[in-house]
Design a protein around this ligand. Structure first.
Ligand SMILES: Cc1cc2nc3c(=O)[nH]c(=O)nc-3n(C[C@H](O)[C@H](O)[C@H](O)COP(=O)(O)OP(=O)(O)OC[C@H]3O[C@@H](n4cnc5c(N)ncnc54)[C@H](O)[C@@H]3O)c2cc1C
Length: 406
């Protein structure tokens, strides 16, 4: 059957753009539809947020030709320091305890966006349609027909596979009538760049406070990205503070490990909700990234997980093409889900438990949490397991994550 595109991806955010780059070498004709231009300051995927990338994400980004473009903007994490305010338990992870030189990387989302879009534009078989929005789609025996709206008109395009990479409020998910499990953490992450008196020495700090986690991620010698989580009911108050008041509030929670905070940049706020789609695929349709699962940013795993899903889907599509199957073959989506579900479930459980355990005021849990942190810090096998989780290399992973000799 003749169709306009083999794959139509809704959303050129980090996950949709990564998928386009991952699939392009197959020669499939790919259209990627994005509502907001990259230049727009309100592009939701590519703002000034510092993103922590795991070594598994590095492998995937190398494989899809994006890492080279983003490398000048990447900062390595050599150490991770995790602590809880007012408690003795803490853990300290060091790259020298692993086979890698780094535990992870920090990159500003905007730089990653530029690198992804540069790589997309190098493929003739990727068509970026932007600004344009998905309006509706219709599945029939003849195939999938997708209605796209521009500012002045709309257009119908046909495809073999429709990918919903359109974020946590996914229109694809809504139009497909896919239900979600949802939990409002009633927390808001306030993100800003900070300059500290002392150099960060490539250390990422995560401190669990009674407000929620406070993270400082290294981006330059004396600059870090602050992720300061507060109860949503207090978020407006923190957002409207003067810089001096806000710095005071952060130092009260975080302490002065990096000396005084000399400067704080523009603050942005992100309400935190857990969303899980109860179905991830239907005939000729699949959800990826935040559209499939939006998780708490407490352990910086959302995009890392979405990127492993991208690698998993690309692996299944390439395997199907090798067998002579078409992209609309449902077996691709079935094998994708059996490859990816265990990792998705593990990460969702981990981030939800972390979120719930640290805000649980139950005094019986506190000694257990301290003990857990001490175990991580002092028992090598527990520490190794914790590091592997942070690095995104637990369980069966897509081939590109496992490496060439597996
Ligand atoms: C404060 C914070 C810190 C985080 N830190 C980390 C971290 O350190 N490491 C990490 O791995 N993850 C982190 N995450 C998670 C990460 O940001 C998300 O996992 C990631 O952005 C999901 O990307 P996505 O492409 O699925 O969705 P989105 O980024 O939401 O992109 C969706 C895209 O779809 C477009 N779109 C939506 N609807 C339509 C439509 N109808 N038609 C056309 N286009 C449409 C949107 O404009 C957007 O560009 C963090 C999240 C937060 C909130």
């Amino acid at each position: 059957m003749s169709r306009d595109y083999d794959v139509v991806i809704i959303g050129a955010g980090m996950v949709g753009a990564s998928l386009a780059c991952a699939l392009a070498p197959s020669g499939l004709r790919i259209a990627i539809i994005e509502a907001v231009t990259l230049k727009n300051d309100y592009q939701p995927s590519y703002d000034d947020r510092g993103l922590t990338l795991s070594p598994s994400s590095r492998r995937i980004l190398e494989h899809i030709g994006v890492w080279q473009n983003v490398l000048p903007a990447v900062n390595s994490i050599k150490k991770i320091h995790v602590s809880e305010q007012g408690r003795f338990g803490f853990t300290h992870l060091d790259a020298s305890q692993t086979h890698n030189n780094e535990l992870g990387y920090v990159v500003v989302a905007r730089s990653l966006g530029l690198a992804l879009h540069k790589q997309m534009s190098s493929f003739e078989n990727i068509t970026l349609i932007c600004p344009a929005e998905l309006k509706s789609f219709k599945q029939s025996e003849a195939g999938m027909s997708v209605e796209i709206s521009y500012s002045d008109r709309s257009e119908l395009i046909s495809t073999g596979l429709l990918v919903g990479a359109d974020g946590s409020q996914s229109m694809v998910r809504r139009l497909a009538a896919i239900n979600i499990k949802e939990h409002d953490f009633k927390q808001t992450a306030i993100v800003a760049n900070v300059t500290t008196q002392k150099p960060n020495q490539a250390t990422a700090y995560e401190r669990f406070t009674h407000h929620g986690p406070v993270a400082l991620l290294p981006i330059e010698k004396n600059r870090s990205v602050l992720v300061f989580t507060v109860a949503t009911e207090n978020a407006d108050r923190y957002m409207s503070m003067t810089d001096a008041q806000f710095i005071g509030a952060v130092e009260t929670e975080f302490g002065r490990r990096l000396g005084k905070i000399a400067q704080v940049g523009q603050r942005r706020s992100y309400p935190i909700k857990f969303i899980e789609a109860v179905e991830q695929y239907q005939q000729q349709l699949i959800l990826l990234g935040n559209a499939a699962h939006s998780i708490h940013p407490n352990s910086a795993q959302g995009f890392n997980l979405g990127l492993r899903d991208v690698a998993g889907l690309a692996e299944c599509v390439f395997a199907a093409i090798d067998k002579g199957l078409d992209v609309d073959d449902i077996s691709i989506l079935e094998s994708y889900l059996s490859l990816r579900l265990p990792d998705q479930q593990r990460v969702m459980r981990f981030t939800n438990r972390l979120a719930n355990s640290f805000y649980n005021k139950n005094s019986l849990l506190i000694p257990a949490r301290n003990l857990a942190m001490l175990m991580i810090d002092t028992i090598p096998i527990v520490k190794e397991a914790f590091i592997q989780q942070a690095m995104g290399i637990v369980g069966l992973q897509p081939r590109v994550v496992r490496g060439p000799h597996t």
